[in-house]
Design a protein around this ligand. Structure first.
Ligand SMILES: Cc1cc2nc3c(=O)[nH]c(=O)nc-3n(C[C@H](O)[C@H](O)[C@H](O)COP(=O)(O)OP(=O)(O)OC[C@H]3O[C@@H](n4cnc5c(N)ncnc54)[C@H](O)[C@@H]3O)c2cc1C
Length: 511
């Protein structure tokens, strides 16, 4: 008989051969040699003595493996649906459209993954930024060369497990189905994104790379297709707009057409970097154990006079990278490989920003936060991808740093006083947050801790409105704004869920 139990085991015990089997067997009255078990869920509680919290399926008979099945059918001659953007939202929408019997026509301004890799290497070497092929634009969107954490709080919006299984179906390690904070890593993501392309092409879907959507074909407030940068019109029954939060031209296009958009609060700050060893010691309280466990992460939140200061997209064993999409601007973000093997831990530490903070941009209220974001990124610009940086201890004392310690950032740093580069309210709230975080992680403020700017692409500063039920734009029928760029998701998994929801809605309408 099969049943599911919850159990905990100290981390050091977990690594002793046979210890978990023995513990489970004695708690459920099965002889250890007759016990069959499968860990369904695994998390670490590191508050005191680091302990694994497990959900385990147990049985006295062998547990059969259930293969992941998908109904990817031939849609070569099926009804066409345009998907603008090949990020997680667009790709998962396309896969769902195929399952629902529609032919996805994917239009992507950037290049396929392998070609995009070359452009990224050029950016990392501090040479010129390709505005159409970079860390945010290209096959797989901002999700390809990302950290690949698949954790989301959007549990009510859709089936997270379905998204994770689709990743596994396309080559991700099965442990993402078990870990409470699943992580893929950029090296594996590139391969998975190529495999997804394989599925879509095999079923008869289409990809148009290096093709930017510059306008929409609309008659009587119904969308019939898109116009692209190479002067082509592509027609279809519906358009999923999944262009991500960095496609500023799309927001400008909506504003120009008078189509409903609004300013959406977002967050801005810096990337901070510490040695991974410091974070491990602080979180696991035990050096020896740290060598057995994955590099430790943290999640920090502080409320300073009703304004949030919080950690964002923490990357254990990762690196800080230049993530701008426009020349003469500087944006940073964080990523890691699957082994999280670097000696550094980085995280965005950001301050919430709302329309009340940017009243000077109120002439175009819907774009006010985006313009503020863009101007802050321009102020950070020094030369190509060289990023302004400071030792955190100097920042607190408002004293320029004259040099910076070891860092993972590949493209060069400019030691300065970040107080001169950041908007005042951002700098002051960061200081308040850092002081609180230093009480939680000893050494958070120190001369070997570095802050690098600007972390500004945390989420979309604009929301493209849509009807809650039909997911269509309120003025334009059959236009489905979705994913992070439309303001309905944040992160890989929630963007993928939003794409799936849009595809299912289209299927309900068209079938
Ligand atoms: C370095 C980095 C690390 C990250 N790490 C994580 C992480 O660990 N976990 C996590 O959950 N999230 C992470 N994120 C965020 C995550 O990648 C995004 O939330 C997610 O990719 C959003 O998905 P999306 O499909 O909505 O948009 P995007 O991924 O931004 O994709 C949009 C796509 O649309 C294309 N496009 C834009 N405009 C046009 C146009 N006019 N015509 C045609 N194509 C267009 C773009 O080229 C792009 O490929 C990270 C992001 C970065 C940059």
């Amino acid at each position: 008989m099969e049943r599911i139990i919850d159990t905990t085991i100290p981390c050091e015990q977990f690594f002793v051969e046979g210890a978990l089997r023995k513990q489970i067997a004695s708690s459920c009255g099965i002889k250890p040699q007759n016990l069959h078990y499968k860990i369904l869920r695994k998390s670490i509680d590191a508050r005191k003595r680091p302990t694994f919290c497990l959900k385990v399926l147990i049985s006295d008979k062998p547990i059969e493996k259930t293969p992941i099945k998908r109904n990817y059918q031939d849609v070569s001659n099926a009804e066409r649906v345009i998907v603008v953007g090949a990020g997680p939202c667009g790709l998962f929408a396309a896969l769902k459209l195929i399952e629902e019997g529609f032919k996805p026509i994917i239009i992507e301004r950037g290049k396929p993954v392998s070609e995009r890799k070359k452009d990224i290497a050029i950016i990392a070497r501090n040479q010129e930024l390709n505005e159409e092929s970079n860390w945010c634009f290209g096959e797989g969107g901002a999700g390809t060369f990302s950290d690949g954490k698949l954790f989301t709080r959007s549990t009510k919006k859709g089936n997270i497990n379905d998204i994770l299984e689709t990743f596994v179906y396309h080559g991700a390690d099965e442990n993402i189905l078990v870990e409470s904070h699943p992580h893929i890593g950029t090296d594996k993501l590139s391969r998975i994104i190529k495999n997804i392309r394989g599925t879509i092409l095999k079923c008869g879907g289409e990809y148009h790379f290096s093709t930017k959507v510059v306008d929409f074909i609309v008659k009587n407030d119904i969308i019939y297709g898109v116009k692209t940068s190479d002067n082509t019109s592509i027609e279809a029954k519906a358009v999923i707009l999944a262009t991500g939060h960095s496609a500023r031209d799309i927001y400008y296009l909506f504003a120009e057409k008078g189509w409903a958009i609004e300013a959406k609060p977002f967050a801005m700050g810096v990337r901070v970097e510490h040695s991974q060893e410091l974070i491990n010691t602080s979180q696991y309280h035990n050096k020896e154990l740290a060598s057995l466990l994955p590099p430790a992460s943290y999640s920090l939140v502080h409320n300073e006079k009703n304004r949030g200061v919080f950690s964002f997209c923490m990357c254990p064993g990762g690196m800080i990278i230049p993530a701008s999409t426009e020349r003469q601007t500087l944006v940073v973000n964080g990523m890691s490989a699957s082994n999280r093997g670097s000696a550094f831990a980085n995280s965005g530490i950001v301050v919430s920003v709302s329309p009340q903070d940017v009243k000077e941009y109120s002439k175009q209220p819907a774009l006010s936060l985006m313009k503020f974001q863009q101007e802050c990124e321009q102020k950070m610009y020094i030369q190509n991808q060289v990023a302004p940086a400071q030792r955190i201890s100097d920042f607190i004392r408002n004293k320029s740093s004259h040099n910076i310690g070891a860092t993972s950032y590949p493209s060069g740093l400019y030691a300065c006083n970040m107080n001169d580069y950041l908007p005042n309210f951002v700098a002051e709230n960061l200081k308040a947050g850092f002081k609180v975080f230093d009480r939680r992680i000893k050494g958070f403020i120190s001369s070997s801790a570095t802050m690098i700017g600007l972390e500004s692409r945390t989420s979309s500063p604009v929301r493209i409105l849509r009807d809650k039920e039909s997911l269509q734009h309120p003025q334009i029928s059959m236009l489905f704004p979705c994913g992070e760029g439309a303001g309905y998701a944040g992160g890989i998994t929630s963007s993928a869920i939003d794409g799936v929801n849009a595809a299912e809605k289209i299927s309900q309408i068209l079938k």
